[in-house]
Design a protein. Sequence first.
Length: 326
Amino acid sequence: MNDNNVLLRVDNLVKHFPIMRGIFQRQVGAVRAVDGISFDVKRGETLGLVGESGCGKSTTGRAVLQLYRPTSGNVYFDGVDLTKLKGEELRMMRRKMQMIFQDPYASLNPRMTVGEIIREPLLVHNLASESEANERVKQLLELVRMNPAFSTRYPHEFSGGQRQRIGIARALALQPSFIVCDEPISALDVSIQAQVVNLLEELQEQFGLTYLFIAHDLSMVRHISNRVAVMYLGVVVELTSRDELYLNPLHPYSQALLSAVPIPDPVAEVNRKRTILVGDVPSPANPPSGCRFRTRCPIAQSLCAESRPEFREVKPGHFVACHLVS
């Protein structure tokens, strides 16, 4: 890696989950959750990763952090290939990478107090004594705008938005440079979503954080992201800057996704053309040949079934995987 501005580079990442059958648990197939994707994330930016449920977004985030070990491919973080690291070496790198989980109700241990939850990473990595850790817990709770006195309470005493703030405080405990935000707002009320996103933006500015922001709410991704990658059935079909994607989507799937976003202008809403996709998303255990999207694509041709489209740069900084986009 020669570009100092790139913090994370994902190169042809693949993650397949084996399908086992029978008494002897023989492998009879694989769920191709992530099937050869490449992108990079620059220092201090937010890369939005969007797509329908089940397209492999969360698996991508976990494979990047090595919570799932990739089937193949490379993940370079600060020039180091994480897929080659094991044990203590990987543990040392984990300090710099954290994750905010999707479900604030399931990601906090109900038997631990808030203080113990936030303190745990510091003690696991031996970065603070007991008294220093307690002081750091207070600072972190203030940072996410919660009362430090709450540190003795348990997760069930808090609302969803407050729990997600506790999750953010835990992610910040080790002062990471990169955070995977795995749909951090999808389980929250709309009124709370904006608060959590604004908090994430403020923390990014304050600490120079880099985010991989996974979501399927396109309006929220537009608000927080610098660049956006669109995923469909385990592959990235389009990657470009936020404004370019929303003003000029080139891939038919991106166009269909964006046509479903409501516009707060009644005249424009009535006059615009909607793209309604037919059929269901195919199974990742048995994806279509050639282009993954061809079975639902309104402009598919015979060529689309024959070969997988190359993910290529059609304009400076605008990457698309489609045979029919020139």
